[in-house]
Design a protein around this ligand. Structure first.
Ligand code: GAP
Length: 443
């Protein structure tokens, strides 16, 4: 971690096409980011890894993709209209805006240094509002969702009635959320438009604390499976002043980002708060009839709520290393878990001539069936390896004269830089096995 600074990550992201500031040619829009060719692949791979863990490997979790725009009453019922606020102050001198809980209100303005320059704190609702339909009046106000969770609660009955799920069960969803954040520093850590990966686990009242402990364990295991350094992960329990208005208990998984320990994911015991609120506000029954005991109750909910875009920043921070090699050269290498690396396999013909590039190109096209591949013919082989290290490509396949004769290639492993000769017929299986058995060696 000593090598990693936010500046280095931001610079690598721009240089290698991971992440760009939104609308950069117009001076940029703060709190909004564009994911370039490498970034979107990394983000989608993390999303797919999570989706597979939740809906394929774990028992009893179904998926949902609810719309971002919802009936405005949803946000009244959920409490977001009245409670989803941050206290805000302005500097009267330079007009900079801060979250009142993040600065010393008796101290000087962090931007211009003026003392006693802050306005009184006032509450600021984080939801973005817009209008639906042609008439712009108070009746047409709707919100961009600030969390994906509400779509799950509102569809709870639809899913129970259509999917043969039985409590305990979960509903998983990945999608965009929007918050009008007052301070948006630290790159993609806190942005106004971001993505969440949320799962709501519906369980019988009274069993919630047991499930809460279970999901805490499961979520930490997820990051360990993703190969994240265990020394960079820890738990933080919310104190009474931190608990969200809906939560009975909450823990954050924190990650050691370049700017320090910060929240990565929350595990929340939301009780029956949300379903009860929706029952009250919509007038529709939100209870569940237990088919075995014939009991009727409103389920309790344990929520696991991870930021997908924040996971991308975690993956970048965790992977980054500047490694001094024998001879004194330094390589920047991204140690992504092979499953989430934006490119899995690079195919590199040693030279272009004598049919070697054609042979390599044909091989690369065949590998596309199983992996995200990249074909690179230009530059010295050492420089091509460095380029691949910098985007975290775990496997490089080099084609040379010998390949034409005996159908073997050199397979190079990113982390160890070890090279082995592999028959082409065994290449796919060798790479798949290495990916399955991948273990991050902590420096
Ligand atoms: N449904 C519960 C919920 O939204 P939260 O703690 O407000 O809880 C959950 O958010 C996760 O969403 C956070 O742990 C973080 O990873 C991500 N997140 C929240 N606000 C964010 C923002 N402005 N930018 C990026 N990620 C954010």
């Amino acid at each position: 971690m000593a090598d990693v600074t936010m500046d280095k990550i931001v610079s690598l992201c721009k240089r290698r096409g991971f992440i760009f500031q939104s609308s950069e040619i117009y001076g940029g829009l703060s709190g909004a980011y564009d994911y370039g060719p490498m970034g979107v692949q990394l983000k989608n791979n993390i999303r797919d890894f999570w989706w597979k863990e939740m809906t394929q490997i774990h028992d009893g979790i179904v998926g949902l993709d609810a719309s971002i725009l919802m009936h405005p009453r949803v946000w009244e019922a959920s409490g977001h209209v009245s409670n989803f606020t941050d206290p805000m102050v302005d500097c009267k001198q330079c007009k900079s805006r801060f979250r009142a809980d993040q600065i010393d209100l008796n101290g000087a303005c962090p931007t211009c240094g003026t003392k006693e320059s802050f306005t009184e704190p006032r509450n600021f609702n984080l939801m973005f509002s817009t209008h639906i339909g042609a008439d712009v009046d108070s009746g047409s106000t709707i919100y961009l969702r600030p969390e994906t969770a509400q779509g799950i609660y509102v569809d709870f009955k639809n899913i129970v009635q259509s999917s043969r799920v039985k409590i305990p069960f979960g509903i998983a969803q990945v999608g965009k959320s929007f918050r009008n954040e007052i301070t948006t520093k630290n790159f993609i850590f806190r942005s106004c438009e971001f993505e969440q990966m949320e799962m709501q686990w519906f369980c019988k009242p009274g069993s919630d604390e047991e499930w809460f402990a279970y999901w805490k364990e499961q979520r930490m295991a997820f990051y360990e499976k993703l190969g994240i350094k265990s020394s960079s992960l820890r738990w933080h329990q919310h104190g009474p002043d931190e608990l969200a208005f809906y939560a009975k208990d909450a823990y954050d998984i924190q990650f050691l980002f370049p700017m320090g320990w910060q929240e990565l994911e929350g595990v929340h015991n939301r009780t029956d708060y949300d379903l009860t609120q929706h029952q009250t506000f919509s007038g529709k029954e939100m209870n569940y009839l237990d088919p075995e005991s014939n009991e009727r109750y409103i389920p309790y909910v344990v929520e696991t709520s991870a930021g997908l875009t924040r996971n991308v920043l975690m993956a970048l921070s965790d992977a980054y290393e500047e490694q001094t090699l024998e001879g004194g050269d330094v390589r920047t290498v991204m140690h992504f878990h092979p499953t989430i690396a934006p490119v899995h396999v690079a195919v590199l013909p040693l030279v272009k001539k004598d049919g070697i590039a054609d042979f390599a190109s044909k091989l690369e096209k065949e590998l596309r069936e199983d992996f995200v591949t990249f074909f690179d013919v230009s530059g010295a082989i050492g420089r091509r390896y460095r380029r691949m290290d910098e985007i975290g490509t775990p496997y490089c396949v080099t084609v040379d004269y010998e390949s034409l004769e005996d159908n073997t290639v050199t397979l190079r492993f990113r982390d160890s830089m070890e090279q082995v000769r592999v028959p082409i017929t065994e290449l796919v299986a060798t790479i798949k096995k290495a990916t399955k058995e991948y273990k991050r060696v902590e420096a």
